[in-house]
Design a binder for this molecule. Structure first.
Ligand code: HEM
Ligand SMILES: *[C@@H]1O[C@H](CO)[C@@H](O)[C@H](O)[C@H]1NC(C)=O
Ligand SMILES: *[C@@H]1O[C@H](CO)[C@@H](O)[C@H](O)[C@H]1NC(C)=O
Ligand SMILES: *[C@@H]1O[C@H](CO)[C@@H](O)[C@H](O)[C@H]1NC(C)=O
Ligand SMILES: *[C@@H]1O[C@H](CO)[C@@H](O)[C@H](O)[C@H]1NC(C)=O
Ligand SMILES: *[C@@H]1O[C@H](CO)[C@@H](O)[C@H](O)[C@H]1NC(C)=O
Length: 328
């Protein structure tokens, strides 16, 4: 009798649970039948956005990172604040800094036209960031799909879980390992700073009075220092001026970021500290020499990041509008 019951149980599990299990995993062909033109729609949206504004590629890539690091990849970052709801857009790392939301809206509305209520905003950001890297001359990698959108967001979690440019490497690494990423992912994903810009206030502490020394950060190369001091003079009104991470090819996804670290010209303190630890410095050196190695490892770390805390199966929802949770 017991035996029979457990057999029945197993059978029931196989019948009802296992399709669920299969369903709950991400799948490279997830939208192949339900939204066959998805990749094309996303790519053409990213292409036109870049044609209008080359920096947008960097901004879109960063959105994916800021989404995934805060309670998983669930498009929580995209939710607007309302009178009764405080989301992540006004958290310190995002406020007056995160950009590209309109591009996601435009692409989402095209996707909704082609395949209504089918594709999550989270999967859209994931595909958008891959296209942003690819169209900037970087690698392309296969992306498994089937993520669903969260129904909450947390300003507090965004403040606590996103790394700050003022923290030591130890703290940044702790934030990555808390997610299941490792030291190599820190080095590889920081390579995203081969495109895009930072505002002066994010590194100004290095330029004039580093650690209350009355002097600039002694590790900063003198010619890069002079250039940074001229774009970011020591007065508050320069705080939002923009400086490219990679002063040579700020719109090209290449390995020059690592070369700037090797010659002490990294922009953020959190960039340059990768040279201050011999475990990370050796990785920086090899990525500075071997662009193919970097491209390959970047794709692998992006897939890891895109899998953080994803909602699948019947969890979460497919948002109609990326800025608001669906009405019940
Ligand atoms: C390791 C810790 C990291 C820190 C401390 C950090 C910090 C920052 C800061 C302070 C900025 C400038 C924001 C502004 O001035 O408004 C920035 C920009 C950027 N970050 Fe990071 N970041 C980190 C990792 C990452 C990762 C993992 C990615 C993506 C995989 C990424 C992608 C970008 C991009 C592309 C930009 C330029 C955005 C633009 O031009 O709009 N960052 N980051
Ligand atoms: C996919 O796009 C092509 C044009 O690029 C169009 O002819 C076709 O109808 C679209 N398919 C679907 C299912 O939307
Ligand atoms: C073009 O880029 C600018 C700067 O990001 C933005 O303000 C504007 O809305 C964009 N226009 C279109 C049509 O996307
Ligand atoms: C680094 O982390 C430690 C331990 O969590 C914390 O006490 C310290 O304030 C952090 N440092 C910075 C600069 O955030
Ligand atoms: C540091 O490396 C970058 C990128 O290769 C280069 O453009 C820059 O001139 C170098 N700076 C110095 C001081 O060598
Ligand atoms: C790292 O470098 C320090 C000196 O800067 C050295 O004492 C230490 O043995 C090195 N550690 C490793 C793992 O190479």
């Amino acid at each position: 009798m017991d035996h029979k019951l457990s057999f029945l149980n197993t059978l029931l599990c196989l019948l009802f649970l296992s399709p669920n299990l299969v369903f709950s995993q991400l799948d490279f062909k997830f939208y192949d039948s339900t939204c066959p033109n998805l990749t094309k729609i996303v790519q053409s949206g990213v292409w036109s956005a870049i044609a209008n504004d080359t920096r947008i590629a960097a901004s879109l890539l960063r959105l994916h990172f800021h989404d995934c690091f805060v309670n998983g990849c669930d498009a929580s970052l995209l939710l607007d604040d309302t009178s009764g709801f405080k989301g992540e857009k006004n958290a310190a790392p995002n406020k007056n800094s995160a950009r590209g939301f309109e591009v996601i809206d435009t692409i989402k509305s095209k996707v909704e036209e082609a395949c209504p209520s089918t594709v999550s905003c989270t999967d859209i950001i994931t595909l958008v960031s891959r296209a942003a890297v690819y169209f900037s001359g970087g690698p392309y990698w296969p992306v498994p799909l089937g993520r669903r959108d969260g129904t909450t967001a947390s300003e507090d979690a965004a403040n606590k879980q996103l790394p700050s440019p003022f923290e030591p490497l130890e703290n940044i690494t702790a934030k990555f390992t808390a997610k299941g990423l490792d030291l190599k992912d820190v080095v590889v994903l920081s390579g995203a700073h081969t495109i895009g810009f930072a505002q002066c206030f994010t590194f100004k502490t290095r330029l004039f009075n580093f650690d209350d020394s009355g002097k600039p950060d002694p590790t900063l190369d003198t010619s890069r220092l002079q250039n940074l001091q001229s774009v970011c003079p020591n007065q508050a009104d320069s705080d939002t001026n923009l400086v490219p991470f990679d002063p040579v090819t700020s719109a090209k996804f290449d390995n020059i970021y690592y070369k700037t670290l090797v010659n002490n010209s990294g922009l953020l303190q959190s960039d340059q500290v990768l040279m201050g630890d011999n475990r990370t410095a050796s990785m920086v050196l090899s990525y500075s020499k071997f662009p193919f190695l970097f491209n390959n490892d970047f794709g692998a770390s992006m897939v890891k990041m895109a899998n953080l805390g994803v909602l699948t199966g019947s969890n979460g929802e497919i948002r109609k509008n990326c800025r608001v949770v669906n009405k019940k």
